[in-house]
Design a protein around this ligand. Structure first.
Ligand SMILES: N[C@@H](CCC(=O)N[C@@H](CS)C(=O)NCC(=O)O)C(=O)O
Length: 227
């Protein structure tokens, strides 16, 4: 049995939760709150002091990208060919770098300042604007329809889909769905991923923030760009 332990939000664990679901193995989704996190930390259950972790039959693994690779391999989302696997990893690392440009905004206490810092990242030529344009281009140039040119979905697609669109759920002050209007290819990637049967089934329920992973989530944004 595998068990992922994390907060309720998608955050750093959503990709691995999805991969475990795709693996078809039995798994447990354990949700903790801040007190639960502190307790685990005190009890020495977190190898590096952070969540998420995954408990496996052989022991605990920490660090979200290690979890992604492990659960992705279980789900068959890691190519066998080592060159292809490296190209998948290349994208995973690049996407991770984008997240790192966003996370420092969490520590800005003043709300207006925080929102302004985030909006600057998404303004033309801001770091996130360039990131979203880059992933759009990768999608446009793919010959297979999958970001790393794999024959089927890889962890690069899962990471790009979840780490990107979770930003637009409304849970992050200053980031709104209409900001996606400038990226039609990214919205096409959303349409492809959200309509994949496994993705579609997994998110076929109401959720305060996970609506962003459902088909047509950004339909209005897509059409408003032509106005
Ligand atoms: N490098 C870690 C970072 C994980 C991380 O920052 N986790 C946050 C929750 S999203 C956490 O445990 N925060 C607790 C704290 O900052 O004390 C990973 O990728 O797993």
């Amino acid at each position: 049995m595998h068990e992922i332990v994390y907060f309720n939000t998608p955050g750093f664990a959503e990709v691995s939760r999805f991969c475990l679901e795709m693996s078809g193995l039995q798994w447990k989704n354990t949700i903790v709150d801040w007190d639960g996190y502190l307790k685990m930390k005190e009890q020495g259950e977190l190898p590096w002091g952070f969540l998420p972790i995954i408990r496996t039959p052989q022991g605990t693994v920490a660090e979200s990208n290690a979890l992604l690779r492990y659960t992705g391999a279980l789900a068959g989302l890691e190519p066998e060919d080592l060159y292809m696997r490296a190209k998948v990893d290349e994208l995973v690392e690049v996407i991770n770098g984008w997240r790192e440009s966003f996370t420092p905004t969490f520590s800005i206490e003043d709300l207006d300042e925080k929102m302004a810092a985030r909006q600057a990242l998404f303004a033309t030529d801001g770091k996130m604007d360039r990131a979203l344009k880059a992933i759009s281009l990768v999608f446009e140039q793919s010959t297979t329809g999958w970001l790393a040119n794999t024959e089927s979905m890889s962890i690069a697609d899962v990471k790009a889909f979840m780490d990107t669109f979770m930003l637009f759920s409304g849970q992050f002050d200053g980031i709104t769905p209409d900001m996606l209007g400038n990226y039609p290819s990214l919205l096409a990637f959303h349409e492809k991923m959200s309509n994949e049967p496994m993705v579609k089934n997994y998110y076929d329920s109401d959720d305060e923030v996970r609506w962003v992973f459902r088909p047509n989530a950004f339909q209005d944004v897509g059409s408003s760009q032509h106005i």
